[in-house]
Design a protein around this ligand. Structure first.
Ligand SMILES: NC(=O)c1ccc[n+]([C@@H]2O[C@H](COP(=O)([O-])OP(=O)(O)OC[C@H]3O[C@@H](n4cnc5c(N)ncnc54)[C@H](OP(=O)(O)O)[C@@H]3O)[C@@H](O)[C@H]2O)c1
Length: 219
């Protein structure tokens, strides 16, 4: 049974991912800042107190895991801060970069020694990080942070390929969570798609940017 570690799993899409993986028998490690009651009731192994934007915090995560092998690492934690041209908050933009772009890199780098030949790394990015797909503008800090994580994911693909570790960038769809004001498809449907994409990830298709529904997105 594979061991899968998921960040940002106390609510939203992450909570559904860990719930579905646990239900099918995977060994799941749920990583979060504060465990919710739903997460606690799930019976999943939890490592809490972990902020993916903090080096000290991620070092604590590594210390708790020791040399335990991680077969699948899902970098899901993320934030969206609404903004508008003319009143941009640059500190908020940097915060989104720290969580959405540097967070997955920080966690993957810290846990690189826990990954082995055949392990997989998934990053929950967003299609709004696609330059080609940007048909409306807006969401300055969020879009730029997701574009940055797409580059980081592509670099991770090159970095980890010699070790036989595949990397995927995934868009979950427009999903009804706190982030979207509960607009969109259910977290259950999104998580099903994301898990299917991660199951299909191999060294042959490493480095792709996919919609949870299975089609490739433009960069
Ligand atoms: N919902 C959508 O339509 C949509 C679309 C495209 C991409 N995404 C991406 O999907 C992922 C999950 O989003 P969601 O919709 O499930 O959002 P959500 O319901 O707002 O959940 C976000 C999760 O990320 C965690 N998180 C935020 N900042 C963190 C930090 N510094 N350290 C550790 N954990 C942190 C949150 O933990 P706390 O409870 O501690 O804040 C929470 O568990 C994100 O990467 C998001 O950008 C979502």
């Amino acid at each position: 049974m594979p061991t899968t570690l998921v960040t940002g799993c106390n609510r939203g899409i992450g909570l559904q991912i860990v719930t579905q993986l646990h239900a099918r028998g995977d060994d799941v490690i749920g990583v979060c800042r504060h465990a919710s009651s739903e997460l606690r009731l799930s019976g999943i192994r939890i490592i809490d107190g972990i902020d993916v934007s903090s080096g000290e915090s991620v070092a604590k995560l590594k210390a708790q895991l020791g040399d335990e092998v991680i077969d699948v690492l899902i970098n899901n934690a993320g934030i969206l801060r609404r903004d508008a041209f003319g009143e941009l908050d640059y500190d908020s933009m940097l915060e989104q970069y720290a969580v959405n772009a540097l967070g997955p890199l920080r966690v993957t780098e810290a846990l690189a020694g826990n990954l082995q030949d055949g392990s997989k790394v998934a990053i929950v990015s967003s299609r709004v990080g696609s330059i080609e797909d940007n048909g409306s503008g807006g969401n300055w800090g969020y879009r730029a942070s997701k574009t940055a994580v797409n580059m980081i994911g592509t670099n991770l693909m090159h970095e980890l390929r010699p070790r036989g570790i595949a990397v995927a960038l995934l868009h979950p769809g427009l999903v009804a969570t706190d982030m979207t004001g509960n607009t969109g498809i259910s977290t259950a449907e999104s998580a099903r798609g994301l898990i299917a994409r991660i199951d299909e990830l191999t060294m042959e298709n490493t480095g792709g940017f996919w919609h949870a529904e299975g089609y490739t997105l433009p960069w």
